[in-house]
Structure formats: C-alpha cells, structure tokens
Design a protein around this ligand. Structure first.
Ligand code: PLP
Length: 350
C-alpha cells in the first residue's frame, strides 16, 4: 500500500469560493477586464505567434514592458508563472532544509505553506494586536533566530496596512545580511512606498510584483522578481526554462505597455477603496456589527467583526462574494456600480 508522506497526507487543494456570483469582491482582482479594444489588439498580436515553438525562456518582451512601466533595469527582472511560482522557487532553492524562515501573522498564507512543504523551518512573528508591525522587534526576532529568509507583503494582504519606506529600509539595514528579505509588493500599485528604486542598495533583497492585481491579468499568471544581478542570475538559472508561456508573455507585454490606461484604472480602484473605507468607518460608528476597519493602502478593505459569518452569508444571498477570515472580512473594491450595490446590501444588514 503506497502511503503519502507527512507533508502530503492532510493537504487539500486550494479552492476559491465556488459557484456563480454576480459581484466578485473576494480575490482582490482588478474589477476591470481589458476591454474590447485592447483584446482586439492582443488577438492581433497572438495571431502572429508560432505556437509550435517553445517560448522565450527569459520572457524578454514581457520583462522589457515591465521594466519600462516601473522604471527598473530589465537585466534585474525575472518573469514567472505568477508571483506564486516565485515564492515557491525562492523557498525551495534559496533555503536549505531546516533553515529558519520568518513569516508574519497575519500575512499571505502561501509563505508559510511553501516554507513547510520544502522542509524549511517557518517561524511566525506575531504582529501587534492592531495588526501593525513592531519593526525593532521583528529585526531582533530575525537576528536572534539566525533567519535565512524573511518574507512579507507590503502593503499587506489580508490586513491592507502598509509599512512606509523608511520602516522597510530600517528592516533591511537591521537584519543580518545572511538573511534574504523577500518583499512582496503585490499591492504597491495602489500605494507609493515601493523600494524598487533601491534594489541595488542591498545584497539580500528580492522584490516581487504581480500582474494579477492592479494590472488586471490574474487570468494569465504572470509575476516578476526584481533583485540585484547576482540574485537575478541565480533565479534565472534555477527556474524551469519555459516557466512562462507564449500567450502570457505576449499578453503581459501588450498590457504593460498601456501605461496611461493602467494608471487610470489603478487610480479608480484606489478611489473605490477609499469609498469603501469611508463607508465602513461610518458603519464602525453606527453598527454594533463592525468593530473596526483598517487604514487601507490596497484595493481592498479589511474589517474586524464578530459577525463575519452572518454578513458573509447575507451578501452571498445577494450574489455578492467577499472573503471571510476568522473574525474578519476582506472586501475588494469593485466598479462604482458594484460598490453601490454592496453598500446598499450592507446598509440592510448593518
Ligand atoms: C494576490 C497576491 C499575489 C499574487 O500572486 P500571483 O501568483 O502573481 O497571482 C502575491 N502576493 C500576495 C500577497 C497577493 O495577495
């Protein structure tokens, strides 16, 4: 009888919310699809591709468009099948088994997941009760534990809170240089505290970005790592050669070249989130059911509530999907119409 090992036997596949809902505010995706014009343009480009050939292993077209959009040097960028793949590659190759990886709680759950699958030793640093990060304590925690990697999201999913540049710089200068710092800036398009321009100032820094959120391409799976030359060479060498496919590469290239459109949409989503934040600040005062809404630097709001199940189910009944955590709700901004419908429904239950 074949037995699954300890790591596998209790795992269950990741299943996002099932079913058809009219309004999807559960996964922090962009609320904007590409639009007809851009899709037509993309189809024109895709028609020209040779599908019988392997794709460019270095995804140069996509990387050039990314580098141009964010003002970084393209020789410091690695493309992958979503930033999720980068988290997996980094966790499995920059660490040896048993080495300490520091993750934060609450933060993106994939960090600790890969840490444990690859037999490293994930150590959890607890955030303050208001979900902020005590930077000095975090630095000491990493150094006292001889951490070989620290990984966290900024701004944070799920808390929506952001750490300012000066605080992240403090972490980078405070932790031992033997500790790789993986800074996941998946939501930085909605804020302005990126460290992309400081990438060459640190020997131990990797910044992750994704096309899945503000760029509106969750469907194609494309993420990028930005790091110094030495780390980039290692990442490019260790990834599987054809990790990003022809269509994803071309799609990222075409869409990332639409600078004005993307910036306009990011601005609209930031405004939508502000509207949700303000509405929840009001509910916080007027409804027993909302304990707190956190100050968001992302395209979603994070809400503390003792009535998470009740609110979640009520909204599902109205065909509005949001994300539920224990004692919290996370709600991505939708279009103006979607937000209006959400707030109308919330008005009924709160
Ligand atoms: C959504 C998200 C990502 C994106 O992952 P992809 O694999 O690029 O879709 C990465 N990190 C965080 C914190 C996220 O919330």
């Amino acid at each position: 009888m074949y037995e699954l090992n300890r790591k596998l036997k209790d795992l269950v596949p990741y299943t996002p919310i099932q079913g058809e809902y009219k309004i999807r505010l559960d996964a922090n995706e962009s609320c904007f699809d590409l639009g007809r014009e851009l899709k037509e343009k993309l189809c024109g480009e895709i028609k020209k591709l040779a599908f019988n050939r392997y794709p460019d292993p270095m995804a140069n077209g996509a990387i050039a468009a990314f580098a141009e959009y964010y003002g970084v040097d393209s020789s410091l960028v690695t493309a992958a099948n979503g930033s999720d793949e980068l988290i997996s590659i980094i966790s499995s190759t920059f660490l040896e088994s048993g080495e300490n990886v520091v993750t934060l709680s609450d933060d993106f759950s994939m960090y600790a997941f890969y840490g444990s699958i690859y037999e490293t030793n994930p150590l959890v640093f607890q955030k303050n009760s208001d979900l902020t990060i005590d930077v000095e304590k975090l630095i000491a925690f990493c150094n006292d534990n001889n951490a070989r990697m620290l990984i966290f999201s900024n701004p944070c999913n799920p808390t929506s809170l952001g750490l300012e540049r000066q605080d992240v710089l403090k972490i980078l200068s405070g932790v031992n240089e033997s500790c790789l710092v993986v800074l996941d800036e998946a939501y930085m398009d909605f804020w302005s505290e990126s460290l992309l321009d400081r990438i060459n100032d640190f020997s131990n820094l990797i910044i992750l970005r994704t096309c899945s959120k503000a760029v509106g391409l969750a469907g194609i799976r494309m993420g990028f790592a930005v790091a110094n030359k030495k780390i980039t060479n290692a990442l490019r060498a260790v990834k599987s050669p054809y990790n990003t496919d022809l269509i994803s590469q071309k799609t990222a290239e075409v869409v990332l070249s639409e600078k004005e459109l993307l910036q306009e949409r990011a601005k609209l989503m930031t405004e939508g989130r502000k509207q949700l934040y303000e509405a929840f600040s009001e509910f916080e005062k007027t409804s027993q059911k909302i304990s707190k809404v956190y100050k968001s630097s992302t395209n979603f709001v994070y809400v503390k509530t003792d009535n998470a199940d009740e609110i979640f189910e009520f909204l599902l009944g109205k065909s509005i999907a949001i994300r539920k955590f224990k004692g919290f709700l996370r709600i991505s901004t939708g279009t103006a119409d979607e937000n209006a419908e959400l707030l109308k429904a919330l008005g009924e239950i709160l």
